[in-house]
Write a protein that binds this ligand. Structure first.
Ligand code: PEP
Length: 248
């Protein structure tokens, strides 16, 4: 059994929510907190990235697969660099569904983020019908394989994974700690076959209706290394209590 140096991480995905006032409130809340044992990342909509001060680690919710040029409405990795973004969410289920992002496109975007030395937060997770028909392990393995075959196992030492069952996102139907642990262990197991050290050290977040009252039990599972938080990241107090659960 490999030892590991994993640190818990909580990333708040504001999606297309929030405003300048929330930037202020969130900064204040986080500045007053003592969170020495974990990392916090805020992923606000693009216009707000420049409003945070340097004490807050930032992530973006998306990235173009292109470097620059005639791609109206897109944001490049170089632009994110200028705004001190360290993380980029890639393959969120809402982008896979709303913007037809295929596994191949997601893999290209991961490659783009890695090329710029930023950290991709690669989201995988099954829809409800796949959970119900019992083929979710195959579904998740295929999402992982698309990226593995594009960037190779060694690059996974620079990637954060997020298991986000689609049926749990924004629904209030959180996966049970046992369901989350089962899939996280499966994901780690897929990587062990290729590199046991990378598998032991990769951070795997759980996302899907994490709240202050369920975070601690989820984060205490052996293979759950924190969370990707949607709705609850819009309330600074709720978000802080989730961070505190990861800080223990
Ligand atoms: C998400 O969209 O990544 C998410 C986990 O949302 P929520 O926490 O609202 O379920």
């Amino acid at each position: 059994m490999q030892t590991n140096s994993r640190r818990q991480l909580v990333a708040g995905n504001w999606k297309m929510n929030g405003d300048k006032a929330l930037v202020e409130q969130m900064q204040k809340q986080l500045a007053g907190a003592s969170l020495k044992n974990m990392d916090v990342v805020i992923c606000p909509p693009f216009p707000y990235l420049g409003l945070f001060d340097s004490r807050v680690k930032l992530g973006s919710q998306n990235i173009s697969e292109f470097d620059s040029g005639a791609h109206t409405g897109e944001i490049s990795i170089a632009m994110l660099h200028e705004f001190n973004c360290e993380y980029v969410i890639v393959g969120h289920s809402e982008r896979r569904a709303d913007n037809n992002e295929s596994d191949e496109l997601v893999a290209k975007k991961v490659e783009q983020v890695l090329k710029a030395n930023l950290t991709p937060i690669l989201c995988v997770g099954e829809p409800e019908n796949v959970r119900e028909d019992g083929t979710f392990f195959d579904y998740i393995a295929a999402q992982l394989d698309a990226v593995l075959s594009k960037v190779g196992i060694n690059q996974f030492s620079k990637i954060v994974l997020a298991y986000e069952p689609i049926w749990a996102i924004g629904t209030g139907k959180t996966a049970s700690p046992a369901q989350a642990q089962e899939v996280h262990a499966f994901i780690r197991g897929c990587l062990v076959k290729q590199d046991d050290n990378i598998a032991a050290n990769i951070v795997i977040l759980y996302g899907g209706s994490v709240k202050g009252n369920n975070a601690q039990e989820l984060f205490s599972q052996a293979d759950v290394d924190g969370g990707l938080i949607g709705g609850a990241s819009l309330n600074p107090e709720d978000f802080l209590s989730i961070c505190q659960a990861a800080n223990q």
